[in-house]
Ligand binder design. Structure first.
Ligand SMILES: Cc1ncc(COP(=O)(O)O)c(C=O)c1O
Length: 363
């Protein structure tokens, strides 16, 4: 077999750097059934070119107004499109720390990036007035890398600041469904927005499978039209027709909701295992336990020097600078608990603690 995956971890290494699903969390059999069901149900139309905005059965399941949805090839593709249609040369504000590949995607469009704090609407408004940005990107719910969510009152204030400053908010809602402990995710910025400043992007990469390359954009009908009336969308007949139909079968059969229940239990357990092992083995680490998502954002004395010894001890993570526009000492590190079960996560914490002990003294 030839190589087909994005990356391979060095043998023997527990790599908490990548936000990838646990292999056992991927619904192999259920997805095979959903694909077969879609092909049976829709016949040749399932393999034909599709509608520009995506197939109705999936859009119906997504809910809300059907003219406010565009099915995309994942959240990354959604952001790429939004930057190309609404970026208009920028600049773009980004609520750092934030998803590092989003920083790259926006920069690919030549947009100058400016760090802006979403939790401080007054500062945000000041930055909007000063820089006249076209876009403001953030992950307000179970964010990457921090796992935290923007509180309700700040959501409303942020939308108001964007409205007053005439900037489009790009709400990356990728982790919404991964809420734990029965605590529901806060309302989306999109659902709170009455003034058409928010475009929301969603993904099935974390809750079903990254390889599907499936997600969607929710926005006002005018914005959806601007995004979809494009040569390449019409030429391709939508962007992911057959996979979208299989997803519709998976969802409407009840398979998705059963799968999501098991994912929530799995990832909450993995989160708790990593948190407990860190408390036990690395008592100088401090972190909040997130109510959703895939990450612990961990403050640790000496973290800046930890990468090399960690590699030598067979464990990896992402340094905090990855998620900012600048470099600064003593930033937290991101540990992803998504990819490994409780025992491996406990072992990863033990290795991290050994690596930390092995660092040069004097810290
Ligand atoms: C915040 C955020 N947005 C988008 C993505 C990528 O989503 P997709 O695979 O649907 O492109 C990720 C994956 O790590 C993410 O963390």
């Amino acid at each position: 077999m030839g190589a087909i995956e994005q990356f391979h971890t060095a043998p023997g290494t527990l790599d908490l750097g990548w936000g990838h699903p646990h292999p056992d969390a991927l619904p192999l059999d259920a997805w095979a059934d959903a694909t077969a069901d879609a092909l049976r149900r829709h016949g040749a139309s399932a393999l034909d070119y599709g509608r520009a905005v995506g197939p109705e059965p999936l859009i119906d399941w997504i809910g809300g107004r059907s003219d406010e949805v565009f099915v995309t090839a994942g959240a990354s593709h959604a952001l790429e499109l939004i930057a190309s249609v609404f970026g208009r040369g920028g600049p773009a504000l980004v609520d750092t720390p934030t998803y590092h590949y989003a920083l790259r995607t926006l920069a690919d469009h030549g947009l100058r990036l400016i760090a802006a704090p979403a939790h401080d609407p007054a500062a945000m408004l000041e930055l909007i007035r000063r820089h006249r940005p076209t876009l403001l990107y953030l992950v307000p719910t179970f964010g990457n890398p921090t796992g935290t969510s923007l509180p309700g009152p700040q959501r409303i204030a942020l939308i108001e600041a964007a409205r007053r400053g005439g900037v489009t908010i790009v709400e990356d809602d990728t982790y919404r469904d991964l809420s734990y402990d029965g605590v529901p995710a806060p309302p989306s910025l999109y659902s709170l927005d009455a003034s058409d400043v928010v475009i929301r992007i969603s993904s099935l990469a974390k809750t079903v499978a990254p390889g599907l390359r499936l997600g969607w954009i929710t926005a006002s009908p005018d914005r959806i039209t601007a995004l979809t009336r494009r040569g390449y969308v019409d030429s391709g007949g939508g962007v992911n027709h057959t996979t979208a139909l299989a997803m519709a079968s998976f969802a409407t059969s009840g398979g998705y909701s059963t799968h999501l229940d098991s994912l929530r239990a799995r990832y909450a357990g993995q989160r708790d295992a990593l948190a407990a092992a860190l408390r036990l083995h690395l008592p100088t680490a401090s972190f909040d336990v997130p109510e959703g998502g895939w990450f612990l954002w961990v403050r640790l004395p000496g973290a800046d020097e930890l990468t090399k010894p960690a590699t030598a001890h067979g464990v990896a993570f992402l340094p905090g600078d990855t998620f900012f526009l600048d470099r600064k000492p003593d930033r937290p590190i991101r540990l992803s608990f998504s990819r490994y079960g409780p025992e491996d996560l406990a072992e990863a914490a033990r290795r991290l603690a050994s690596a930390h002990r092995a660092m040069p003294r004097g810290r």
